[in-house]
Design a protein around this ligand. Structure first.
Ligand code: SF4
Ligand code: SF4
Length: 161
C-alpha cells in the first residue's frame, strides 16, 4: 500500500518519482528532500530557494532538487505550505542530521532532548535539537538522530516536563 491508501509515503514511492537523493549525495552533505508526490499546483519552493536548486517546468510538476545546486540551507523548510520539505545530512559517520518543520508548542530550543517520530507519528527513538530558527509561524528544527533512522524520522515530539 502507498500514500494514497495510508497517507504515508514510502521509500519506493519517493524513489520511483525521483524525489530521493542518492546515498552518495547524502553523504556529501545536507540536501533537501521534497516529499511532495502529487503534482499539486504549487511552486513556493522554486521561488524561495536562493540557489535556484528546485526545478519545475510547470506549476503542477513535481519539485526536483538539483543535487549540485542545493546546499541544504533549509530556507525552503519552513516556507513549504505542505510541510513537505526536509533536509538530510549524512556527512557525519556516526549520526544523521535532519531538518524538519515544526508548528507545535512548546517552543523548540537548541539542546533539548526530543522524541523522534516517523511519518505516521510513531516514536522511533530519541535525539537532540542542534539548531532552531523560525520563519513566520513555522520552526525549522535540526535534530541529531541515529544514522540508521535518517529515512524514518520526519517529525519530533517535545515531551512536557
Ligand atoms: S535547502 Fe536551500 S538550496 Fe536546497 S532547495 Fe531548499 S532553499 Fe534551495
Ligand atoms: S512548496 Fe512544498 S508543497 Fe509546494 S511544491 Fe514545493 S514541496 Fe510541494
Amino acid at each position: 500500500m502507498g500514500f494514497k491508501e495510508t497517507g504515508v509515503i514510502t521509500r519506493e514511492e519517493l524513489e520511483e518519482r525521483g524525489l530521493l537523493p542518492s546515498i552518495e549525495r547524502l553523504e556529501k552533505g545536507p540536501i533537501a528532500i521534497a516529499e511532495c508526490p502529487e503534482g499539486i499546483p504549487c511552486n513556493i519552493c522554486v521561488n524561495v530557494c536562493p540557489f535556484n536548486a528546485v526545478l519545475m517546468d510547470k506549476i503542477y510538476d513535481l519539485p526536483r532538487i538539483d543535487p549540485d545546486k542545493c546546499i541544504g540551507c533549509g530556507v525552503c523548510v519552513p516556507q513549504c505550505p505542505g510541510l513537505a520539505m526536509f533536509i538530510v545530512d549524512l556527512s557525519k559517520p556516526d549520526r544523521a542530521l535532519i531538518t524538519l518543520p515544526y508548528e507545535f508548542p512548546p517552543e523548540p530550543r537548541k539542546g533539548m532532548r526530543v522524541k523522534l517520530l516517523d511519518r505516521a507519528g510513531n516514536v522511533v527513538g530519541e535525539g537532540s535539537i542542534v539548531k532552531v530558527w523560525q520563519y513566520d509561524k513555522t520552526w525549522a528544527v535540526t535534530v541529531e538522530t541515529p544514522r540508521d533512522k535518517w529515512f524514518e524520522v520526519r517529525a519530533i515530539w517535545i515531551p512536557e516536563k
